[in-house]
Design a protein around this ligand. Structure first.
Ligand SMILES: Cc1cc2nc3c(=O)[nH]c(=O)nc-3n(C[C@H](O)[C@H](O)[C@H](O)COP(=O)(O)O)c2cc1C
Length: 359
């Protein structure tokens, strides 16, 4: 595997350390500005991501990807620089969450870094440029993205939309973004929009599927990790029965301390691993799962894959490890798989359940 030259990883690491001296959202905005202005073009690019262990993966209707790493929702909410993430080595990018109408989100400060635990707490509240603007940007970017690249669009509801009308917000998004995306996501799991998580119920899933029949096979559902096991599995049943494309597990864990919001990063790892196990108990590998939550290293990614994930999304890893995160985690995952005797990643998917470790 070709590594980034040493000085490149150093520049990435210095840049990331400098940004981490700033408040979290300001650092994010400066980082996005730099990516939008092609800062990565001034650094040598990873020329290939090969290695002795084959990381290629099949992700349901999305087909074959060279490796499992995708950008998680929330990093490029407004489609400002999707191309930059492919230059970092991501195989796919999930844009959004996008709401139908533009909305400002919650007052600042609303994003907090906790370096000691390598975590983040956010209560952004779906700050969004809105469907029309994001759709136009994505249409303009689409042709310049690398061939075979995967773009997902994560959809939310406006804060002012009453929960009983939320289905209309999602339907608008499905119709608008269908032609410009490879997959769509229904986000009923962010903790910062009043009433949103309450939509994670079998009856909502069933009525959404009824209205969105022609989209279900490219629509993934992102769930939160705070649902009680029995209720969680009832929703997984409904999603599987309605033949949605798959699951994204999971969103953030709701916390009240030291800030109110959703917790990401290392402390989310084990809770989000548990919901992968709960989902697998229901669908037994029949539905694809993209993992999200606490992946900061290849060892963390391995834990997701053995629990049945065929793709792994990253957010906090970019904050704590910088733009070289994908390449580093890609290398670490290869080592981890090799250590466990695997020569391909696909052999490892779901082995946690074969080894009798799961009770
Ligand atoms: C600042 C911030 C904003 C986020 N915004 C969204 C969002 O708009 N939609 C969404 O589905 N998830 C959002 N997320 C959650 C991430 O997509 C991801 O599920 C979560 O951070 C766990 O992954 P991680 O531990 O790798 O960070 C956000 C996370 C953070 C830290």
């Amino acid at each position: 595997m070709t590594q980034l030259p040493d000085w490149n990883s150093k520049i990435g690491a210095w840049g990331t350390s400098l940004l981490r001296c700033l408040p979290a959202e300001l650092a994010h905005d400066i980082g996005m500005w730099a990516l939008k202005h092609q800062v990565l073009d001034y650094l040598p690019q990873p020329s290939s991501m090969h290695g002795s262990v084959n990381l290629s993966t099949e992700i349901g209707h999305l087909g074959h990807l060279p490796h499992p790493f995708l950008l998680a929702a929330g990093f490029d909410k407004h489609c400002l620089a999707p191309g930059a993430f492919f230059k970092m080595g991501f195989a796919g990018v999930e844009l959004g969450t996008v709401t139908p109408q533009p909305q400002p989100g919650n007052p600042k400060p609303r994003m907090f870094r906790h370096e000691d635990t390598r975590s983040l707490i956010n209560r952004m509240g779906f700050n969004s440029d809105g469907h029309a603007v994001v759709h136009k940007r994505l249409k303009n970017h689409r042709d310049s993205l690398p061939r075979g690249s995967i773009v997902g669009v994560n959809l939310g509801k406006n804060k002012v939309t009453a929960p009983e009308l939320a289905v209309n917000d999602f339907l608008q998004g499905l119709h608008l973004f269908d032609a410009v995306s490879d997959y769509l996501v229904i986000n009923i799991s962010s903790p910062n929009t009043p009433g949103l998580r309450a939509l994670a119920r079998p009856d909502f899933i069933t009525s959404l599927a009824g209205e969105a029949r022609s989209f279900v096979n490219k629509t993934w559902i992102k769930l939160d990790p705070d649902i009680e096991r029995h209720d969680f599995q009832a929703i997984v049943h409904a999603i599987t029965d309605q033949d949605f494309a798959g699951f994204i597990l999971s969103n953030t864990h709701r916390v009240d301390w030291p800030q109110a919001g959703g917790l990401s990063g290392h402390p989310l790892l084990s809770q989000s691993n548990t919901v992968l196990e709960w989902a697998w108990e229901v669908h037994r590998g029949l539905k694809p799962m993209m993992a999200s939550g606490g992946v900061l290293s290849g060892i963390d990614a391995y834990q997701k894959i053995i629990r049945g994930a065929c793709a792994v999304q990253l957010y906090s890893a970019l904050v704590y490890r910088g733009p070289g995160a994908v390449l580093s985690i890609h290398t670490e995952l290869q080592h981890e798989l090799k250590l466990h005797g695997f020569s391909t990643m696909s052999e490892a998917i779901g082995v946690f359940y074969d080894q009798g470790r799961h009770t």
